[in-house]
Design a protein around this ligand. Structure first.
Ligand code: NAD
Ligand code: WQD
Length: 346
């Protein structure tokens, strides 16, 4: 199948490309490179064994989105393209609404004009806010607690309304919990710009010597060891779910919304210890105050994804740490600090 991968140069998108290509799909990546670098495509070619065509395009610019559909018809679109930093979204809410929501509207309009009726969408467990109970099911209350989360909720609703209006349009709404890790080759991985917001890249930067110590946000949470608990998911398991979702949309005449997680909660200190074991490196930690907006415990009930997609996470926390460390130790500065457009515009 011919698949347009929006945001495919990013962390999850690039990993998804390796699986989509291995399933025989014909890909075109569209990316603005606001949070990634074209050099990922050299790595992808070494993994896949053939080039992945890509176009620089910004979903905020409708003409650039429409131009993506000028070529041979796509069978499906996978939409990874978004700004995703919670803290940054609180500082720049309008940029997040414009980039994530307007960008999605332009993509949906271009898909409709081109008659492309299958969409796989990157949503997030952030749409659950602070869930009343765990494990979290898809029918849990939805609640956005920050501008980024609000964009995800609105994007889900836009897509849902389009599915209602056009019975031929099918969408797979994938709610990711906490993706971590890297491709087993160590050639691609998570390369956050600046100070990492997320736990795993911060831990791996401490282990490789780029950061002095990990600040553990809260040691007094109502959890077994007092630190925050999350559902960490290997990015390769997550990538596989996208290929399974495309297969589902092309086979079934219905849309779906599923949680993608392991169904197992892991605490900050558990992850630190697993990473130290996998890397053989010390990870100095300091317990500090809780991070505003954080919640104690969130992990998925992934049973619906298993029932509908036949998907379940196969890789455990050891593999997540082992593969994250291989990427970081092989790439201490990530993708070599290749300039991002955002840096160039500053
Ligand atoms: P990422 O920043 O690595 O990848 C996003 C990609 O989209 C980047 O390459 C970026 O340049 C591109 N992009 C952003 N805005 C664009 C625009 N207007 N036009 C074209 N390209 C644009 O992030 P990621 O971690 O790979 O996340 C991918 C998707 O998954 C995002 O939608 C994110 O909200 C979602 N998600 C991520 C996580 C996580 O913890 N990483 C969790 C849940 C959901
Ligand atoms: C995990 C745990 C922290 C960093 C975020 C976004 C969410 C989604 C996934 C996009 C928590 C603790 C973290 C650190 C720490 N992204 N921590 N020290 O907060 O579950 O989810 O990423 O969709 O929208 O909110 O992930 O990795 O930031 O934190 O102690 O330096 O690690 O308190 O318990 P989170 P995280």
């Amino acid at each position: 199948m011919r698949v347009l991968v929006c945001g495919g140069a990013g962390y999850i998108g690039s990993h998804a490309c390796t699986v989509l290509a291995s399933r025989g799909h014909d890909l075109l990546v569209a990316d603005s490179f606001v949070n990634s670098s074209p050099c990922v495509f050299d790595r992808l070619q070494r993994i896949i064994g053939r080039p992945v065509p890509f176009r620089r395009a910004d979903l905020r610019v409708r003409a650039q989105v429409e131009a993506l559909f000028d070529g041979p018809r796509f069978d499906a679109v996978v939409h990874f393209a978004a700004l995703k930093a919670v803290g940054e979204s609180c500082e720049r809410p309008l940029d997040y609404f414009d980039n994530n929501i307007a960008g999605t509207i332009h993509l949906l309009q271009a898909m409709q004009d081109a008659g492309v009726k299958r969409l796989v969408f990157s949503s997030s467990a952030t749409v659950y806010g602070d869930p009343a109970c765990v494990p979290v099911r898809e029918d849990a209350a939805l609640c956005s607690t920050n501008p980024y989360g609000r964009t995800k909720l609105v994007m889900e609703q836009l897509i849902g309304d389009l599915c209602e209006a056009d019975p031929a349009f099918r969408a797979a709404n994938l709610r990711y919990f906490n993706p971590v890790g890297a491709h087993p080759s160590g050639l691609i991985g998570e390369d956050p710009g600046g100070v990492p917001n997320n736990l795993m890249p911060y831990i791996s930067q401490v282990a490789v010597g780029r950061r002095d110590r990990l600040q553990v946000f809260g040691g007094d949470w109502p959890t077994a060891d007092g630190t925050g608990v999350r559902d960490y998911l290997h990015v390769m398991d997550l990538a596989r779910a996208h290929a399974d979702a495309i297969d589902y949309l092309l086979r079934e005449d219905r849309s779906l919304t599923v949680n993608l997680g392991t169904g197992r909660g892991v605490s900050v200190l558990e992850l630190v210890h697993a990473f130290a074991k996998a890397s053989g490196r010390e990870v100095p930690c300091e317990i500090v105050a809780r991070r505003p907006g954080d919640v104690a415990e969130v992990y998925a009930d992934p049973s619906l994804a298993q029932r509908l997609l036949g998907w379940r996470a196969e890789l455990g926390i050891e593999a997540m740490c082992r593969d994250a460390w291989r990427w970081q130790s092989m790439n201490p500065e990530g993708y070599g600090g290749s300039e991002r457009l955002e840096d160039a515009s500053r």
